[in-house]
Design a protein around this ligand. Structure first.
Ligand code: HEC
Ligand code: HEC
Length: 197
């Protein structure tokens, strides 16, 4: 290569690179920053009415975001918020949060309710919320270590019909009272996410 040629190649190379940097889409971590005020930058949420996302199943996160965006799932803030994101953004953020390490919060739960809830969950819910809710199957979310407050809100919304259940889940839930559902919420909240099975 002559010197002149190599200088030209360097200059155009640098130009191409700066153009690429401009056009580069935001990284998943940059996108996820917008969620940090409520869900924590690494998915450990700021308070009990907002779910932890760290370590959640990617599939469950994607499904939840898409359901918020389409309006199929009831919400206070997520419906409006998800409208600003493309499906690709949703997948990227879900991937990011699913890879964050869950924080094991010590939550105050009612031990008696948690005991009862553990038995009920095994019988009625464990087919999909597997391993005592510490793992997931298909698009069912992981439940272990989720905030009690958030779980109670979701249970109430399912029972009142505000949030729609899948037919198969509804088939199980219909045998349970509101107290039973509350007991199961205490059970899931009593577990530490990522605890040895
Ligand atoms: C202003 C607070 C706030 C912000 C910001 C926010 N969320 Fe949420 N998020 C919530 C609340 C509250 C819920 C419960 C549903 C509702 O009421 O909207 C929720 C629910 C969710 C759920 C459902 C989880 C589950 O277990 O079903 C997902 C997924 C989620 N948010 C992802 C995100 C992502 C990704 C962002 C950033 C783009 C984000 N959220 C930004 C408050 C927030
Ligand atoms: C046939 C599979 C199946 C069974 C059985 C099932 N679930 Fe679910 N569950 C799901 C799926 C899938 C979702 C994800 C979103 C949705 O469909 O609402 C979910 C979501 C949930 C959520 C919301 C979690 C979140 O992060 O927002 C709660 C709470 C819940 N289930 C409780 C229960 C309880 C309690 C039982 C037993 C009485 C049960 N489920 C049985 C499949 C199931």
């Amino acid at each position: 290569m002559t010197r002149r040629w190599s200088v030209w190649a360097l200059a155009t190379g640098a130009l191409a690179m700066s153009a690429a940097a401009h056009a580069a889409p935001p990284t998943a971590a940059m996108l996820a920053n917008a969620c940090g005020g409520c869900h924590g930058t690494q998915g450990a949420s700021a308070g009990p009415s907002m779910p932890n996302l760290a370590g959640q199943s990617k599939k469950a996160l994607v499904e939840a975001m898409k359901a918020f965006k389409s309006g199929e799932r009831s919400s206070t803030v997520m419906g409006r918020l998800t409208k600003g994101y493309s499906d690709a953004d949703i997948v990227a953020m879900s991937e990011y949060f699913s890879k964050q390490k869950p924080t094991a919060y010590a939550q105050a739960v009612d031990a008696k309710k948690a005991d009862k809830g553990g038995m009920l969950q095994e019988k009625h819910c464990g087919r999909c919320h597997v391993d005592d809710g510490q793992d997931f199957k298909d698009d069912a979310p992981i439940m272990a270590g989720q905030w009690l407050g958030y779980l109670q809100i979701q249970m109430d919304e399912y029972i009142s019909g505000k949030r729609k259940m899948s037919e198969k889940m509804a088939e199980k839930v219909k045998h349970l009272s509101a107290d039973d559902m509350d007991a199961i919420a205490h059970f899931y909240a009593s577990e530490k996410m990522g605890e040895t099975k």
